[in-house]
Design a protein around this ligand. Structure first.
Ligand code: NDP
Length: 797
């Protein structure tokens, strides 16, 4: 037997396999296969088509599970719909007790679940035991708390309904917890489809639901493949879709749900930068990289897969990294001393291999340590590619395996430029001993989660989710709860969106906005782009008519070129987001002051254009002034939070502006609607391209005079009049527009939301609301105008 002193010399570990006998026995009990879990019962597996689930480590068949059909999904949604009636009526306290029971039962079976997860997915037992399953339990505990507090902490909100949830294979039970816990806490019921490769812990969770006494139908699990997921996403009984997976499927789901009115959250891919400055603690950064890219075989959406290292220390750092890679152990996932387990499937293994070959072809230098590799199973060695060009395939594409690509930078600005040189925006990890620099870079990197001198930290109390093509919505924290709640709006006053004014001059679609040659008229309200009045590119304008059919003016007929010009102007006005909130507040107050000074003019315009009474017009202008004051007041009060995460971190939840927003305004209350939407977006630090009501655009076009005289920098607000639906579609398609609010093209949500799938911008297709009431203003608007960035800052030694 080796002596301890010798072992300490070589640091050789012997195998230390975790017993899997309980899991094997459980799988044996289910030898006949698993059915779906619907309405608190498992369906008969024999009655369904089924497929095999295998262990990626050794190829052995673990189980057979049912392949869900549209009928199965239908039954599950029906069960969830029935259960919603009573579950949503339970008090928060009663739901909290159920979530607490689930947490307790998970904890009681933690070792069983860790072993099952490792067998099914191939991840090392050390990780499933110490990370996945404890976080699963933590998620249910945390959300038991939210269930208890939901009525007091989210007044005016209600559950959405039945949630259809589709999850991937990389963190099977953890992704289930991230989806189910907040949904249930908020009073929703769910139908969840696990990934075809890894459905087993979800089925074990179904048993736990039964064991813990969760009412029937509150949680339903339907197993299957992509078709099953598509049937769930498309089911009319589903009110909210939550998806984690590839950006490609995220796009399909965006299109599939377009116009359905379903609430949607997407947690998609990433190519997250891991930035090492020359003053970093290099040994810590190397260990950080082990957790960033070799945790979970690199099959992590937020993996630090792009190493950006400051040029002066690059070679030294690579040498340390290569040495560390030589000590990583790849092998049996059930062995407690394994660092890197099996990749989930042969398809994934081939995909990783093909991408590495592509990197080599593109000129990267590929390093793989000479370490022992298992002869069989889906294993891939830890890989480092240096000399990678920023535009090469491996620098752009999510490899989703234990493969790190490295590039160098010289200055902090270059680091930021490289970090943001991706269509994704999920996470970033920053390594420097200089806290000022770290926080400066954290603020400038476009990512939903930033870790300083750390990586891959997760906690139920912090929101997780992406910017840009990494999706939208957050999971975890207070911000995550909003994904499962909707505001209980008052009923809009009768005809809230209907308006008597015909569209030039008859309201038929064919003649709506019939162009008038620009030369034929005396005075036309122009577009307002980049701080200047601009003639529409088309050279046409249209007559604006009042409810009596009389022409009251003309407005420019803007087109896609005008939108592009407005976006270009907005792109140059980036300093608006960096201005202090105080500064933005001052400017909003100034707008309100100028509106007040010209109130009579705006009242007259409203009366002429909409036929409003003198009293109503005066009230609309007064309400617009109040609303502008409201958001001026709020500009420096839409605070973030410091989340109480479990580890010793100050976890800052910062509300950041999207950047450039498109806002399509409603017909009803053409001035107040415009102000109610544009002001919160500006207060939050966005630049706005506003499309006013097509019927009543003139109050908004008059508004540019206020912008001109209120110190609003050029390009911060552009106003493009014209055919609402086509302008909204152009805004939806534009990659530089980061978010879109559409309150104006009612009836066209399907086209507009589908068009947004390009850069996956969040679209708020607003239902008609009463702009004069409390529903027309509030935190909801500011929340929708910002995205939360969680920055984890360590403290203590
Ligand atoms: P997918 O995005 O295809 O799968 C995620 C989930 O969506 C699975 O449950 C899948 O079902 C389901 N699904 C597939 N198609 C549809 C559809 N049309 N409608 C609804 N649901 C659908 O990921 P893959 O497993 O195919 O992996 C492919 C690549 O995606 C990986 O190589 C990796 O790069 C990336 N990926 C990224 C993840 C992330 O978190 N960022 C997670 C997983 C993968 P099924 O069970 O048939 O797979």
């Amino acid at each position: 037997m080796a002596l301890i002193k010798d072992i300490l010399q070589t640091m050789e570990y012997g195998p230390s396999p975790e017993s899997n006998e309980h899991v094997v026995a459980w799988l044996g009990q289910h030898e006949a296969g698993f059915g779906h879990f619907i309405d608190g019962k498992f369906t008969d597996p024999a009655a369904s088509e089924s497929f095999e689930v295998t262990s990626p480590a050794n190829g052995k068949v673990l189980a057979r599970v049912a392949r869900g059909t549209a009928e199965d999904v239908d039954r599950a949604v029906a069960a969830a719909t029935r259960a919603f009636k009573s579950w949503s009526k339970l008090s928060g306290h009663e739901r909290a007790r159920h979530l607490y029971a689930l947490a307790r039962h998970i904890q009681k079976r933690d070792r069983f679940l860790a072993v099952l997860e490792t067998m099914d997915n191939g991840k090392p037992i050390r990780e499933s035991r110490d990370i996945d399953i404890p976080l699963v339990a933590r998620h249910f505990y945390h959300h038991a708390g939210w269930a208890e507090l939901i009525e007091s902490e989210f007044p005016g909100y209600q559950p959405v309904g039945v949630c259809g949830q589709v999850i991937p294979w990389n963190f099977p039970l953890l992704m289930l917890a991230w989806k189910i816990a907040p949904a249930l806490a908020a009073g929703n019921t769910v139908v969840l489809k696990p990934a075809e490769q890894t459905p087993l812990t979800a089925l074990a969770f179904a048993e736990i639901c039964r064991e813990a006494g969760l009412p029937d139908g509150v949680v339903n699990i339907v197993t299957g493949e992509g078709d099953t997921g598509a049937a769930l996403v498309g089911h009319p009984g589903v009110a909210k879709v939550a998806f984690t997976g590839s950006t490609e499927v995220g796009r399909i789901i965006r299109r599939a749900t377009a116009g359905s009115g379903k609430k949607l959250s997407l947690e998609l891919g990433g190519k997250s930068p891991f930035i090492v400055f020359d003053d970093a603690d290099l040994d810590s950064a190397v260990e950080g990289l082990v957790d960033a890219i070799w945790f979970n075989q690199g099959e992590v959406c937020c993996a630090g897969s792009r190493l950006l290292v400051q040029e002066g220390i690059a070679e030294k750092f690579y040498a340390k990294l290569r040495a560390r890679m030589g000590t990583l152990r790849v092998g049996d996932p059930l062995d407690k001393s394994t660092d890197i387990g099996a990749v989930v499937s042969t398809e994934q293994l081939e995909r990783i291999g093909a991408l590495v070959a592509k990197g080599r072809q593109e000129g990267a230098e590929v390093f793989q340590p000479s370490i022992a590799m298992p002869a069989k199973g889906c294993f891939f060695p830890p890989t480092l590619m240096t000399g990678v060009e920023p535009a090469s395939t491996v620098a752009m594409v999510e490899i989703f395996g234990p493969v790190l690509v490295a590039m160098t930078f010289r200055t902090p600005d270059e680091a930021v430029a490289l970090a943001n040189n991706t269509r994704f925006g999920l996470a970033a990890s920053i390594w420097s001993e200089n806290i000022n620099r770290s926080l400066d870079i954290a603020a400038r990197v476009k990512a939903g989660v930033v870790w300083i001198n750390a990586t891959n930290l997760f906690d139920a109390a912090a929101g997780f989710g992406g910017y840009r093509e990494s999706g939208f919505g957050r999971e975890g924290g207070r911000e995550g709860l909003y994904e499962y709640l909707v505001p209980a709006l008052g009923k809009p006053a009768k005809g809230a969106e209907a308006t008597k004014a015909p569209l030039n001059p008859t309201p038929s679609a064919a003649t709506a906005l019939a162009p008038v040659s620009d030369d034929a008229i005396d005075r036309t309200a122009k577009l307002y782009i980049g701080g200047k009045q601009a003639r529409p590119d088309s050279g046409y304008s249209y007559a604006v008519v009042n409810p009596a059919g009389k022409t009251v003016g003309h407005a420019g007929l803007g087109n896609r070129k005008d939108i592009r010009n407005a976006v270009e102007a907005a792109a140059k006005a980036g300093s608006w987001g960096a201005a202090t909130a105080h500064n933005r507040a001052q400017i909003l107050y100034y707008i309100a002051e100028n509106l007040s000074a010209r109130a009579a003019e705006f009242e007259a315009r409203l009366r002429a254009m909409t036929g409003a009474s003198a009293k109503d017009a005066a009230e609309e202008v007064a309400a617009s002034i109040r609303r502008t004051f409201f958001y001026a007041g709020f500009a420096d009060k839409h605070d973030g939070a410091v989340h109480s995460t479990k580890s010793r971190h100050v976890t800052l939840a910062m509300n950041e502006p999207f950047g450039i927003m498109g806002i399509v305004c409603p017909d009803k209350a053409p001035l107040l609607g415009f102000v109610s939407l544009v002001m919160p977006a500006l207060a939050a630090g966005n630049r706005v391209i506003a499309v006013p009501s097509a019927r009543h655009p003139l109050a908004a076009t008059d508004f540019y005079q206020l912008l001109d005289t209120s110190d609003v920098p050029a390009g911060v607000v552009s106003i493009v009049t014209g055919e609402t639906a086509s302008l909204a579609k152009t805004l939806a398609e534009h990659d530089e527009v980061a978010a879109l609010w559409d309150f104006g093209s009612t009836g066209d949500a399907a086209t507009i939301e589908a068009a947004s799938a390009g850069n996956l911008k969040p679209v708020w297709s607003g239902a008609p609301r009463d702009w004069t009431s409390g529903d027309g203003q509030g935190r909801e608007f500011l929340r929708r105008a910002t995205q939360v960035k969680n920055i984890w800052v360590p403290y203590g030694e």
